[in-house]
Design a protein around this ligand. Structure first.
Ligand code: DGP
Length: 114
């Protein structure tokens, strides 16, 4: 298995976990882009959002419920947070195991294309 995030799920690569349940794991990004920068992933390997199938509907919902819980844990539920998914080469996706970036902890800049 060559997927970095699958190795984090199985524990052979260490991570700073902040949340875990049966289907979802979340851990701090190794290159934080904001004071709070957490990656929220399904334990199941899905390479990109383009590979999500109808049977994954519940799993995608689980990621969003996890985001709420993590925002509460991190104290940013009220102040706000941003969830980002990069899909494919032009988006800048570098790890091909779907994940949301949860960014928070400061006033985030406006979204732009670059
Ligand atoms: P993306 O461009 O959306 O594929 O972002 C992948 C993110 O994953 C990037 O912000 C850096 C992070 N990352 C890559 N390898 C590791 C790792 O081994 N551990 C952790 N915690 N984060 C990683």
């Amino acid at each position: 298995m060559s997927c970095i995030f699958c190795k984090i799920v199985e524990g052979s690569i260490p991570s700073t976990k902040v949340y875990e349940n049966e289907h979802v794991l979340a851990f701090r990004d190794i290159q934080p882009a904001a004071p709070v920068h957490i990656l929220i992933i399904p334990k199941k390997h899905i390479a990109t959002m383009n590979d999500v199938e109808p049977d994954d509907r519940g799993l995608i919902g689980d990621l969003h419920i996890a985001a709420q819980e993590i925002a509460k844990q991190e104290g940013v539920f009220e102040s706000g947070y941003r969830l980002i998914n990069n899909c494919g080469a032009d988006s800048g996706q570098v790890v091909f195991h779907i994940h949301y970036h949860l960014l928070a902890g400061e006033k985030l800049g406006a979204l732009n294309a670059k």
